[in-house]
Design a protein around this ligand. Structure first.
Ligand code: LLP
Length: 429
């Protein structure tokens, strides 16, 4: 469910017409629904009833301070991948003691910073990193809490760029090598406290099967590590997929009820129903690291049509957002629904490419897609852009970063100002 729907012919985010926000703040503009973010967080929390668990929001999906603050007030922990993300979490009022630090390439400065702030666990991705962590902790005279990321060699059946749990991916330590690594760490690394085990098999998983396969494969291993090393947590990662197609309709209960049971995309209730029984009796705290599920369908990118260009082969709608603002279509062939802010009066559709102003052929939001017609001056929303949207935006082509707005029922707040031209050259000689 999400907070975007047509009311009186105008697409709203909660109680606010999006066209008002576009007029007032300009485009491209990211808009998030606070109600949706909170709803998703609570639904996941509820789905896990019966398991001692903690939801550590994957900050990489959306790191705006106001979004982090909103989640912190709901009781979220945070999964971070850089010193910068830890800095943001602290600035937003998050508690470092509820942060896990993932990533294959942590630097000394990042390790020192995270040790000083007292994070819950370093999720370590190689023996080399674990030894380095031990060394740095020893130099500082502290004990580093750590979990190793196991690569369970499970196929997540997702886009190859966001699949992480196969042996050929750079992530984690091979399943077969974990047991002996924990033995060596326990005897050879005095400044490490082995606190847990971590895994994450990939992102945008829309079926439950890979989650079950990974949990079942790794369960005997966590039991053994608990018995031998007294680990206290198991992070089963993030990766819960969202609906990108028909994302507007899928926000309604009606839509869900109309889908044949077998075709219904993975729901959070199903996720909980399948995993809770498998996890509840392990006597471990279960950590989750969802990013996309919490914020993906809670955000849209508003853009204005600048021109229509009719070529001999195609019709192009040129809009003022580009791949620098939302790179998912260019990078992962990501699908984002494109919806006019004024509800189309008829069901008529035309086949178009919606493209941005960037000097790259890859700068498109859709190709040969049947859409309701819209004209220069009209606004459209790129749906489901709340995760991996703004955070992956860049200044490519010297374009200032868009503004971000957070809507809470009838109140809209600018939570990040649009960059100015001066911002673009800050720090340069
Ligand atoms: N935990 C770890 C260790 C991760 O690497 C990731 C995502 C997550 C949690 C959160 O996964 P989520 O619940 O959001 O699926 N930019 C890509 C997605 C990259 C995901 C990277 N890792 C996209 O736009 O699809």
């Amino acid at each position: 469910m999400h907070g975007f729907s047509y009311r009186n012919g105008s697409l709203h985010c909660e109680g606010i017409p999006l066209s008002e926000l576009a007029e007032e703040h300009g485009t491209p503009l990211y808009v998030y629904s606070a109600g949706t973010i909170v709803d998703h967080f609570r639904r996941l929390d509820k789905a896990l009833t019966g398991v001692d668990h903690e939801i550590a929001f994957a900050v990489k999906a959306n790191s705006n301070l106001s979004v982090l603050r909103l989640l912190a007030t709901q009781g979220a922990g945070f999964d971070i991948v850089s010193g910068g993300e830890l800095f943001r979490v602290i600035k937003a009022g998050g508690d470092p003691a509820h942060c896990t630090f993932a990533g294959v390439g942590k630097t000394r400065a990042e390790i020192v910073y995270a040790l000083e702030k007292g994070i819950y666990s370093f999720n370590v991705e190689s023996e080399e990193e674990l030894r380095y962590l031990d060394k740095v902790a020893g130099e500082l005279g502290v004990i580093a809490p750590a979990a190793v990321r196991v690569n369970p060699n499970v196929d997540a059946h997702t886009h190859k760029y966001i699949s992480t749990g196969k042996s050929e991916n750079k992530f984690g330590v091979d399943f077969e090598a974990i047991e002996s690594l924990y033995e060596r760490a326990a005897t050879e690394l005095p400044n490490i406290k082995l606190r847990g085990l971590q895994m994450h098999i990939g992102s945008q998983l829309t079926s439950i099967a890979p989650f079950i396969e990974a949990v079942e494969k790794v369960t005997p291993l966590v039991k053994l590590l608990k018995q031998r090393h007294g680990i206290e947590f198991w992070s089963i990662g993030g990766g819960i997929g969202i609906i990108y197609k028909e994302s507007l309709e899928s926000g309604s209960v009606d839509w869900w009820e109309k889908q044949p049971e077998a075709d219904r995309p993975l729901t959070i209730e199903r996720y909980g129903k399948e995993l809770v029984p498998r996890l509840k009796d392990l006597g471990l705290k279960i950590l989750l690291e969802p990013g996309r599920y919490i914020v993906g369908n809670a955000g849209v990118l508003l853009t204005q049509c600048l021109y229509e260009k009719k070529g001999s082969a195609k019709t192009f709608k040129i809009v003022d957002a580009g791949m620098n603002d939302l790179i998912r279509p260019a990078l992962y062939e990501g699908h984002h629904e494109i919806v006019p802010l004024n509800e189309p009066a008829t069901g008529e559709r035309i086949k178009v490419d919606v493209v941005g102003p960037i000097c790259e052929s890859g700068d498109f939001f859709c190709q040969d897609r049947e859409l309701p017609n819209f004209d220069p001056g009209d606004y459209v929303a790129l749906m489901s852009a709340g995760a991996y949207g703004f955070v992956m935006a860049s200044n490519y082509n010297s374009r200032p970063l868009p503004a971000e707005v957070l809507v809470e029922s009838d109140t809209a707040t600018v939570i990040r100002k649009r960059q100015t031209l001066e911002d673009l050259i800050e720090g340069e000689l």
